[in-house]
Design a protein around this ligand. Structure first.
Ligand code: MG
Length: 248
């Protein structure tokens, strides 16, 4: 069942979302060639705990870290560790926070030092596809209007959207119904209502949409080894349309 939140609950979600977005800002400041991905995780965990929150991904189904750090052909669920970022890499960070009983969830992809024009374009298309999806968060619209807006924008730019992983409802649980796919025809699925809170998260590949899971059991990579980018915001549907909750 889809849980619609009261305005009071959405105020709590604004706080959790703000914390997640602030983590992204903090990390963005230090991303540079030579940074160890473990350092990203340490900074994020410290910052979340100092602000009274809990890193929501740590221990989630056994995930061993606070932030998912996915580099280049890694799509999502990369595990931070000894890997050192180098000039020209792109790195996706997915940050989940739990604060006062509510969750926030956001992802961004960053360039490390100077990146190629094609990598930059992939990141921009992914970021804009999220905006296209968010625009469809209107009461009375359909859930799959979001999915369709993302897919048509991405494919119109010559990239592909991942099918195997999707966005989700969010609130007092990290993953609530409904699932929010980044593909599909418009006009389907539940009607969007005021108080629904969704984590919308296009994962966009430069090549084929196909992905597989690495031997660590977590890291999702593109099967063709080409780059992937990931942008996500937590969004509330209000009577006036979308309100992004993961804003610093
Ligand atoms: Mg998510």
């Amino acid at each position: 069942m889809i849980v619609c939140k009261s305005s009071r609950e959405i105020k709590f979600m604004v706080r959790a979302g703000k914390l997640a977005a602030q983590v992204q800002e903090k990390i963005a400041e230090i991303i540079a060639p030579g940074l160890k991905t473990q350092e990203i995780d340490d900074l994020a965990e410290d910052f979340i705990r100092q602000n009274g929150g809990v890193p929501a991904f740590k221990g989630y189904r056994g995930f061993p870290a606070s932030v998912c750090v996915s580099v280049n052909q890694e799509v999502v669920h990369g595990i931070p560790g000894p890997r050192i970022l180098k000039e020209g890499d792109i790195v996706s960070l997915d940050v989940g926070t739990l604060l006062d009983g509510y969750y926030g969830d956001c992802a961004r992809t960053y360039g490390v030092g100077e990146i190629s024009q094609s990598a930059h374009q992939l990141m921009e298309v992914t970021r804009k596809s999220l905006q296209e999806g968010i625009k469809m968060c209107q009461p009375g619209g359909y859930l799959s209007d979001i999915s369709h807006a993302i897919q048509s924008f991405v494919e119109g730019q010559g990239f592909s959207v991942v099918r195997d992983y999707v966005g989700h409802g969010i609130g007092q649980a990290m993953h609530e119904p409904p699932q929010v796919p980044n593909f599909g025809p418009p006009g389907r699925g539940p009607v969007l209502k005021e108080g629904m809170t969704l984590a919308i998260e296009p994962m966009v590949n430069a090549g084929t949409h196909e992905v597989r899971v690495e031997e660590d059991g977590w890291t999702v990579v593109t099967v063709d080894g080409m780059l992937s980018a990931h942008f996500e915001d937590t969004v509330a549907i209000t009577e006036n349309g979308p309100e992004i909750l993961t804003k610093p």
